[in-house]
Structures are given as C-alpha cells and as structure tokens.
Write a protein of this length. Sequence first.
Length: 153
Amino acid sequence: MPTTKDALTGDPGVAAYFSLELEGKATGFFTEVSGLGSETEVVEHKIISNDGNQEVVRKVPGRLKWQDITLKRGITTNLDIWDWRQEVVNGNVASARINGSIVMYSQEGDPIARWDFVKGWPSKVSGPTPKSDSNEIAMEELTIVHEGIERVL
C-alpha cells in the first residue's frame, strides 16, 4: 500500500514513447497506447427484508472484462506486427497467442511503467490513409486482445 511519502516524492511520469515486447523481444516503438486496464461489471440484486418491508439493492462484482490494447505509431519498414497479424488471418490463432509487454519510457529513455499481458493476439492492424496534399505523418495502428494484463512497474 502506498504511503503519503510515496505520493509526495513520486513525480508523475511524462511518457515520451512506448515499446511493444512480444515474448521478450522488442517489436517496435509507438507514440500512443490505450486500453491498459480492466473493468468488472456491476450486478445489482434486490433483497427484501424478512418482514417484507424494506427493499435493498446490493451491488456485487460480475464478469471481468479486459480492455483491448491499441497502439499507434508512424509507419516504419518493420513488418513484425503485420507478420503477427498474418498468423491470425491464416487461421493460426493458437500460435499467434503470445505473452507480451507494453513499456513506457521517459523523455530520458528510462522505463517508467510496464504492463505485461497474457495470450495476446492482434485482432486488427491498419495502415495509413495517405493524402498526397498533406504533410501529416503516415500512421499505423495495432489492436491486441488478450486474456489478462497487469502493471508490474
């Protein structure tokens, strides 16, 4: 449990970039990540007292839902995420389910947070939507579904 001292001395992390590690191997660097969490559904039960006079609503935990992880980056020549997605397209979902990590780095390049996910596989990869008259960076996006995630750093 964090102490007041921990809360006062720990500076909030300013993320500069993120890396995706698949089975311990750095697969790429990304500028944006979302979906690093989970949610438990709330189930409401109405309970009536023994004498029938009072109705109480009790809230209990329901199903656990993991958020899909979405990563975005400027397009590169690295095809690792496309090759990983192709495993799923080819029907090899069992071999595509792998453990991995999302690592957040500071502006100095030091790891400041890490999330490990279990049995993840790419449900979506999309490339850029280039326009010849634009000077925007061409972005690609990866969505990973998984069976659990935990912050370990």
